[in-house]
Design a protein around this ligand. Structure first.
Ligand SMILES: N[C@@H](CCC(=O)N[C@@H](CS)C(=O)NCC(=O)O)C(=O)O
Length: 158
């Protein structure tokens, strides 16, 4: 029986911690980026957020509106949540299930790369023409499914 402390000290777990931290921080940055677009495009969703732009109630209400750039970052953030949360949960269990370091690294790198580079964030925010975003989304999703499949095929208890 492998001790939990041994699993946590393993290279696979350290690699997972590194890649998970990078991709979660990337997702977290979309919050401040949304704030930046809200301020520069003057598009808010709460009356109290419009205080520095509007003088009176009527004036402030003009800034309660949607903006295409704000909505794009919000969709990118939402899509990260839909994909990065499952990666972190399944990736953690996978990392603790004792996979080979090379296979695990391949999964972590492909997933994080798919969310960054040719990727969802770049493809969504620039934006790049489709199917760049669609392809990067599918690659990331398949990586998480692959980890889930390997996890279930090595440690299925029903
Ligand atoms: N919740 C997603 C599920 C499907 C998905 O994630 N599709 C990718 C590739 S086309 C995407 O970038 N969707 C746009 C989005 O989530 O805003 C959606 O509504 O589109």
């Amino acid at each position: 029986m492998v001790e939990v402390s041994q699993m946590i000290d393993s290279d696979v777990f350290l690699a997972f911690s590194t890649y998970a931290t990078i991709v979660v921080l990337k997702m977290l940055l979309l919050g401040p980026m949304t704030g930046y677009y809200r301020m520069t495009r003057k598009a808010f969703s709460n009356l109290e957020d419009t205080t520095i732009h509007g003088r009176n109630e009527e004036d402030k209400k003009k800034f309660l509106r949607t903006d295409p750039d704000v909505e794009r970052v919000r969709r990118c953030h939402q899509n990260d949540l839909e994909n990065i949360v499952p990666f972190v949960v399944i990736g953690l269990l996978y990392a603790l299930s004792g996979p080979a370091l090379s296979t695990a690294l391949l999964h972590f790198r492909v997933f994080v790369g798919s969310r960054f580079l040719h990727t969802h964030t770049v493809a969504y925010l620039l934006p790049l023409p489709q199917p760049c975003r669609g392809a990067s989304w599918i690659v990331g999703m398949l990586t998480t499914f692959s980890m889930g499949y390997q996890l279930l095929s090595t440690s299925l208890v029903l």
